[in-house]
Design a protein around this ligand. Structure first.
Ligand SMILES: [Zn+2]
Length: 329
């Protein structure tokens, strides 16, 4: 790695906008060590998704909170970006939670504030399929419902990042129109580079960027390409979004999980409604880029002419800008 970029990486805020760890109270969170070991500063980890009911999400949230709060020598559950800076200064790893889909709300708007109080700082509207708030990317594209609109406004009010990943096209355009704060796609790649229903169209990227938002590029091989996580392929996604809307709208949400005992393939095949056939979810041995690839990727970005400010933006400053607005400081 070029020495200057190596220094930059060591000093930079490194923000991973979404982990793909299968949420459960049983998860041994020692697996989180892989992030700080890779040089990451902050991670948003999911405590639930629409496949689970709200009680299971609450149980996972309780277990993760307990685990993190009893290890305050290593981890900080953050409320705002100042907490992230403080954690970095103390050489601790910063985290907050996200939830993938509104089933966790149990159709009750008051749950938004409760989740916020418990450390959830980012919520997605649907997980691939439709729910009472929104349309999912693998379902009929029905747009945001009246309840979904109320949720956007409540998230803006309490201070959560509005996240459009996994939602259907019309829903995301409705969300972007409705939100008074910049929104993100925390872990979504451009469909123009690799055509997949989970990837997003130019219109979505442009609308997100026009509101000051950020696209977090996903490290999963089936969203990057044909189960392809090469640096060249990742670079192609960065370059595409940068050329389309500008480098200040790019970040990373690797959607990564370290190797766990759970066989993810078995889970994916068990719910063909959420992970439908024909979308490569049945690929054997799905490859996954993680923050471990960042030093190599930064080198490639430097070689391709991206300057240090752009690289710092990709690594974390762009997401920090959104969080400063969305989290109210
Ligand atoms: Zn996801």
């Amino acid at each position: 790695m070029q020495k200057k970029l190596q220094q930059l990486y060591q000093q930079a805020l490194v923000w991973d906008a979404h982990a793909g760890v299968f949420p459960s109270p049983e998860v041994d969170l020692n697996l989180l060590d892989e992030w700080p070991q890779s040089g990451a500063s902050y991670l948003s980890i999911n405590v639930g998704f629409d496949v689970m009911n709200w009680q299971e999400t609450m149980a996972t949230l309780a277990a993760y909170r307990h685990w993190l709060l009893t290890r305050s020598d290593r981890f900080v559950l953050v409320s705002n970006t100042r907490d992230i800076d403080r954690a970095r200064g103390e050489n601790k790893f910063a985290l907050s939670f996200d939830i993938e889909g509104m089933n966790a709300l149990n159709d009750d708007i008051n749950m938004v504030g409760l989740y916020h109080a418990l450390g959830v700082r980012q919520m997605l509207f649907a997980y691939n399929l439709n729910n009472t708030a929104a349309g999912g990317c693998h379902d009929q594209d029905t747009g945001l419902t009246e309840f979904g609109r109320q949720v956007v406004s409540e998230m803006n009010r309490v201070g959560m990042i509005v996240d459009c990943s996994h939602a259907a096209y019309s829903t995301t355009m409705d969300i972007i129109g409705e939100s008074s704060q910049p929104v993100v796609f925390s872990h979504s790649n451009p469909a123009a580079v690799w055509d997949h229903q989970r990837n997003i169209r130019d219109d979505q990227i442009k609308a997100c960027a026009a509101g000051g938002g950020v696209i977090g590029l996903n490290g999963m091989g089936i969203f990057l390409g044909d189960n392809d996580i090469s640096i060249d392929t990742m670079l192609r996604h960065v370059r595409y979004v940068g050329d389309l809307v500008g480098n200040e709208h790019i970040g990373f949400g690797f959607d990564y999980s370290p190797k766990v005992d759970v066989d993810i393939g078995v889970i994916l095949r068990s719910r063909p409604d959420y992970w439908p056939a024909g979308q490569q979810y049945d690929t054997r041995d799905i490859k996954h880029a993680s923050p471990q690839q960042l030093p190599q990727l930064i080198d490639a970005l430097g070689d391709s002419g991206f300057d240090e400010a752009a690289i710092r933006g990709f690594l974390g400053e762009n997401f920090r800008r959104v969080a400063n607005h969305a989290w109210h400081g």
